[in-house]
Design a protein around this ligand. Structure first.
Ligand code: ATP
Length: 414
């Protein structure tokens, strides 16, 4: 039997239910807070993971790059050479860069079309077998011979060379600008033109003026640069010179001091002489295979026409010789006028007197005279050059001539 005191009143039951409900609610809130906290933590961890993964990927690619660099550094250098002949499916004859010729094998993976005589190749240092075919490149010396800046010299900058200008115009400029005229008359223009005369009389200037007036690429080389140390190098450079000229056509090749490779062939004793002769032979071969109506023109210059090999002067080669002598009175007057045109001078300066006292002077010496007179005036803080300045300039140049035994002080002034 249940006593009155043991019985739970409805009010108590309601209270305890309410209590349980409150506790449950609090626990739920706490759980929700905890869940939110954990969710945020998970997000943070996820973004940390992505960040770390990125860093790992970056480090991995850095390792890849560095190990590739290490691999390249460990690789032995390759020898560079040129193919001379392909003998069969396995063997080729190559000339290495030091001039020695070898019979070698080649990598069977190389495209057979690329393996041609003349191609530049990389050779294994130990076995000298062909590893790779390289792109053709111009010799730096040949490349440097191309004058990127157009020469700014025009025919009007040349004094006293009217006859020579018209000769060079008809041999070089006309075939470039009007080749049809030559075809019509069934004649070939000269293969090349050679300018002969003492130093400093305007040979280089004349060649530059032609290049300027015809808007041609101007390729200038001193022939001594073609005389090379290694066998076959000079000939290769001549070949490359003409290839470059053809690629950049219309172009004018100007070979200064041609006597360095074009001197008479003797029964030469040294291998150096023979190499120079081979270079000359290559030049002759290029001249023979030269289409004189094509867009490449050749001008050579020398102070020593007397020692030139006759083979160079044969028809079809340098068959037009243009003489550029020391300037006579009229020519000296013209040259002086050109170099003095921007110089303020006093009335006392008589150009005709300077002309008569500079007999035997070259164009370069006349320019040197004008420059020296100007320097004299500047030194004394004058506004104009006077007769006295020219007199002392003349004295200086005459002294220099005596010291140089008549040689023009080109290097000083040109
Ligand atoms: P080299 O045989 O020593 O190479 P070069 O005959 O080629 O000599 P240039 O270099 O053409 O001589 O001339 C040297 C300098 O002399 C020129 O820069 C120019 O200032 C001057 N000069 C020579 N001849 C003439 C000329 N006929 N008219 C004007 N200036 C001239």
């Amino acid at each position: 039997m249940v006593s009155d005191t043991d019985a739970i009143s409805p009010t108590d039951e309601g209270q305890s239910l309410h209590k349980v409900g409150t506790i449950a609610e609090q626990t739920l809130n706490q759980l929700e807070d905890k869940f939110e906290e954990l969710r945020l933590q998970t997000q943070q961890l996820l973004s940390d993971r992505i960040d770390l993964e990125n860093r790992v990927a970056k480090q991995k690619s850095k390792i890849g790059r560095l190990s590739e660099e290490v691999r390249l550094m460990r690789m032995p250098p390759h020898v560079i050479g040129n193919i001379q002949d392909i003998l069969d499916k396995e063997r080729a004859v190559v000339r290495s860069s030091n001039g020695t010729v070898f019979l070698v094998t080649y990598n069977q993976g190389i495209d057979a079309d690329l393996l041609k005589p003349g191609a530049r190749v990389a050779l294994n240092q130990d076995t000298l077998s062909i590893i790779d075919v390289l792109n053709d490149a111009w010799d730096p010396l040949v490349m440097g011979a191309e004058m990127i800046e157009k020469p700014e010299i025009s025919f009007s900058d040349l004094g006293g060379l009217e006859d020579q200008i018209s000769l060079i115009k008809e041999s070089i400029e006309l075939p470039l600008t009007n080749p049809k005229a030559f075809i019509k008359f069934g004649i070939d223009p000269p293969g090349g033109v050679i300018l002969v005369g003492p130093p400093g009389c305007g040979k280089t200037m004349l060649a530059k003026a032609v290049a300027n007036s015809t808007e041609c690429t101007f390729i200038r080389l001193v022939a001594s640069e073609l005389a090379q140390k290694y066998i076959g190098e000079g000939g290769r450079m001549v070949r490359e010179l003409f290839d470059l000229a053809r690629e950049r056509s219309p172009s004018i090749i100007f070979i200064d001091e041609i006597d360095a490779i074009g001197a008479k062939r003797l029964d030469s004793a040294t291998s150096g002489d023979r190499e120079v002769q081979r270079t000359l032979m290559q030049l002759l071969a290029e001249l023979d295979g030269f289409d004189s109506l094509a867009d490449v023109k050749l001008i050579a210059a020398t102070n020593r026409p007397d020692i030139l090999d006759e083979a160079l002067l044969r028809p079809g080669r340098f068959d037009r010789v243009i003489d550029i002598p020391l300037p006579k009175d009229e020519a000296r007057l013209a040259i002086l006028n050109i170099h003095m045109k921007d110089m303020p001078i006093t009335k006392g300066v008589r150009v005709d007197n300077i002309v008569s006292s500079t007999n035997g002077f070259s164009g370069a010496e006349l320019k040197a005279l004008v420059v020296e007179a100007g320097m004299c005036a500047i030194r004394q803080n004058k506004n104009k050059a006077t007769k006295g300045d020219f007199a002392s300039a003349l004295e200086t140049i005459l002294k220099k001539r005596a010291e140089n035994k008549g040689e023009a002080p080109n290097s000083l002034w040109s």
